[in-house]
Design a protein around this ligand. Structure first.
Ligand SMILES: [Zn+2]
Length: 210
């Protein structure tokens, strides 16, 4: 019995060769299955080396802005607003002739205030206005004094002066030097006797000054 007898007659020799070749291809393909190292398989070490490593996604650290909790300062008592941050213009616009200690206040027997000052200190006009009197006697009473008629019927008086810088009838501005502190008249030492007269009546200057 020959191979031609066993081989079906409808199959030609070429088809048989194709069949053998196909089986060979199938065997090669089985050897190339993943995970198996065959006679023609590429070493897995090389395969893994060429594999581009998948970058491990860096965890996005979401920096949640933690709000800085500022503890309320309990000990800080709020400061009261300054009383005279901006000087409010007074009703009559009366200014201090100069700032100083009050040696004697206003009372029924004292129609003004006595402001301590060294001899010769400049005396400023408390209001703008017109000088209505410059003079007096060095012996008695007010001594040498000045009167200024300001706006709204406000008259200011400056007594016990040592000298004058203004003359009667002169216009003066508030703050302008009208004379100097002295001790003329009924005075025991250098000071300014200052009066504020509103509508003919002396009032307490401290109630009018800023
Ligand atoms: Zn006085």
């Amino acid at each position: 019995m020959t191979i031609e007898e066993l081989w079906p007659s409808f199959l030609s020799t070429q088809m048989m060769m194709l069949l053998v070749f196909g089986i060979a291809l199938l065997l090669v393909g089985l050897h190339r299955l993943p995970g198996q190292s065959g006679w023609d398989s590429v070493p897995t070490a090389t395969a893994t080396a060429t594999r581009t490593p998948i970058p491990t996604s860096t965890p996005t650290v979401t920096l949640t802005a933690s709000p800085t909790v500022v503890p309320p300062t309990v000990t800080d008592t709020p400061k009261p607003p300054p009383v005279r941050a901006t000087p409010v213009p007074h009703e009559h616009g009366i200014a201090w002739p100069f700032r100083g200690s009050i040696s004697q206040g206003f009372s029924g027997g004292h129609s003004g205030i006595d402001i301590e000052a060294p001899y010769g200190r400049e005396v400023g006009a408390a209001t703008s206005g017109t000088v209505t009197f410059v003079g007096g006697s060095s012996c008695c009473g007010y001594g040498r004094y000045v009167k200024i008629s300001g706006p709204n019927g406000v008259v200011t008086l400056y007594a016990h002066l040592s000298s004058f810088n203004v003359s009667s009838g002169q216009r003066v501005n508030r703050g302008q030097t009208i004379g100097h502190v002295g001790t003329s008249g009924n005075s025991t030492g250098p000071h300014l006797h200052f009066e504020v007269i509103i509508n003919g009546r002396p009032v307490n200057p401290l109630g009018q000054l800023p």
